[in-house]
Design a protein around this ligand. Structure first.
Ligand SMILES: C[S@@+](CC[C@H](N)C(=O)[O-])C[C@H]1O[C@@H](n2cnc3c(N)ncnc32)[C@H](O)[C@@H]1O
Length: 257
């Protein structure tokens, strides 16, 4: 179901962050991208949908390996960045749509691969979005979700920290929760992989939020207990941490709604 207030929060946040997000090197980091593309099992004749595509980093990376990629996102400023990226890469087989992941504007069984990266933690109803992704994926196709998955022990503290950093954060699923909603959607799990995406805190936060965030990270480092589950440490240029990211790929078995 569409949550209009939350969607406004998303659009506001990602309109402000569209350009910095598009330009931050970690979002195109090579090892993370290689693992993601491997999970997608791409082939030259496939048609792919990237849901909540943002500035099109994953969509453009997939475009070289498939027939066509469609990227859809609710934030027009993100789609504008995706168009910039498409032009820079000279890609002719990519199309962009502005739209809501909770009601994808595509017929059933339209795509061979349906992906979404770093988006479920912004969704009030990730299970509903996964069901939508399954609906537009053809039987025998593949659905791939990439997102931060804190451990059950750190999930609450992680969510609180993330909401402070980004008010459009809802809750990050644990890996077990993500796998469970896949089963509930009638999908057949194929692969589970993951990586630690390292980042510097001040490149991902508004300066007004930095004192409170830095205090949380410093407490974790001083206490040596990693309450946030992000392995915070002092880097040469500032506070660093990692996002614990999982990649889950499912086959869309025949008969899935
Ligand atoms: C953290 S960014 C990730 C962008 C991109 N997937 C990537 O990995 O680079 C999250 C994106 O999700 C989009 N988003 C959040 N909720 C959405 C929804 N309900 N429908 C479509 N897009 C949504 C935001 O606009 C934003 O571009």
């Amino acid at each position: 179901m569409t949550d209009i207030t939350h969607n406004q929060r998303i659009v506001s946040q990602f309109t402000r962050w569209a350009k910095p997000f598009a330009e931050l090197p970690i979002h195109a980091e090579a090892d993370a991208m290689a693992r993601t593309l491997a999970a997608c099992a791409l082939k030259p004749d496939l048609s792919v949908l990237d849901v909540a595509c943002g500035p099109g980093i994953l969509a453009c990376a997939m475009a070289g390996q498939v027939r066509h990629v469609t990227g859809i996102d609710i934030t027009p400023a993100m789609i504008a960045q995706a168009q910039v990226r498409q032009t820079a890469y000279g890609l002719a087989n990519v199309a962009w749509r502005i739209g809501d992941a909770t009601a994808l504007p595509f017929p059933d069984a339209s795509f061979d691969r349906v992906t979404t990266r770093y988006s479920f933690h912004h969704m009030p109803d990730p299970a509903g979005v996964l069901a939508e992704m399954a609906r537009v994926c053809r039987p025998g196709g593949r659905i791939i979700v990439i997102d931060a998955t804190p451990s059950p022990e750190t999930q609450h503290a992680y969510d609180e920290m993330e909401r402070l950093r980004d008010p459009s954060h809802t809750s990050a699923l644990t890996l077990d929760e993500l796998r469970r909603i896949g089963r509930a959607a009638g999908l057949e799990e194929m692969t589970v992989d993951g990586y630690r995406l390292e980042a510097q805190l001040d490149t991902l936060a508004e300066s007004r939020d930095m004192p409170a965030l830095a205090a949380l990270f410093e407490a974790d480092i001083a206490g040596g207990r990693d309450r946030l589950g992000v392995g915070a440490w002092h880097g040469a240029t500032g506070l660093r941490f990692y996002f614990p990211v999982s990649i889950v790929a499912w086959d869309c078995v025949k008969g899935t709604a």
